[in-house]
Design a binder for this molecule. Structure first.
Ligand SMILES: Nc1ncnc2c1ncn2[C@@H]1O[C@H](COP(=O)(O)OP(=O)(O)O)[C@@H](O)[C@H]1O
Ligand SMILES: [Mg+2]
Length: 242
């Protein structure tokens, strides 16, 4: 589904990514872990066309997309749920969700069905659909951000730290939703600092450190929470490669 080959990217003259490679198989869930400033969001921005890579290739369904502008990526099936759970605070929950369908706004009946599907996934949003989005809790804002992305009909969903700043209970709810989306056939790239969430959900895990993939492993083979956590926090040498 997605192949990222050796991408280098940054902002102006400051380089952030130094040759990042990984893939997301069709219907698979790949996680990228890394500490603050390791380049996780920059990687997602490069995939979404918000940052143009200086080198490397990004292939979506076998086709190069690394020069495709951001506003065309949703139409190609790649949709980013950005970090920060940002919502249009002065608009209702429903208006916020519908913003996700902006690029296909002529498909009114289909959008209605997709909206109902989002409400099916997030019953908490149903009761709050007329409320101002600015009044939502952090967990509800994360659900809203995912719901909005789903209205764009992605085949590949990029999630930037969906568990950040949420209580363990709400993190569990978000994890259940991600698992559910995956079971519905979505391919998912999950960027996280939450190691246990990645271990719970992902098939493959890549650890980003200072703009490089410092370690990659297939979940369920040679990984365990303690060693991954230690490695990712920089507290121990790299575990054996997968
Ligand atoms: N818009 C920007 N302009 C300049 N530098 C940026 C910008 N966004 C991020 N950076 C820098 O890029 C590096 C990686 O940031 P980022 O990809 O956001 O990391 P992460 O998401 O892993 O925390 C950091 O050093 C950060 O300061
Ligand atoms: Mg980030």
């Amino acid at each position: 589904m997605l192949e990222v080959k050796n991408i280098e990217a940054g902002y102006g003259r400051s380089k952030v990514l130094y040759g990042v490679s990984f893939s997301v198989p069709n219907g698979g869930l790949t996680a990228v872990l890394g500490g603050n400033g390791s380049g996780k969001s920059t990687t997602l921005k490069a995939l979404a066309g918000l940052v143009v890579p200086a080198a490397g290739e990004i292939l979506l369904d076998g086709r190069r997309v690394d020069r495709v502008p951001a506003h065309e990526m949703a139409g190609r099936g790649l949709v980013l749920v950005p970090q920060g759970k940002e919502v249009f605070a002065g608009m209702s929950v429903e208006e916020n969700i519908l913003m996700g369908a902006y690029h296909r706004r002529s498909e009114k009946a289909q959008i209605r069905r997709d909206l109902d599907e989002v409400y099916g996934l997030f019953p908490r949003l149903v009761v709050r659909k007329k409320a101002l989005a600015g009044l939502l809790s952090g967990g509800e804002r994360q659900m809203l951000s995912i719901g909005r992305a789903l209205l764009a009909k992605p085949s590949l969903l990029l999630l930037d730290e969906p568990s950040a700043a949420l209580s363990p209970k709400v993190v569990g709810e978000i994890a259940d939703i991600i698992r559910d989306l995956r079971q519905r056939g979505l391919s998912i790239l999950l960027v996280e600092q939450n190691v246990s969430m990645a271990l719970e959900l992902a098939d493959e895990i890549h650890v980003l450190r200072e703009g490089r993939v410092a370690h990659s492993c297939v979940n369920g083979t040679n990984v365990d929470l303690a060693s991954l956590q230690q490695f990712y926090l920089g507290a121990s040498p790299m575990p054996a490669a997968a």
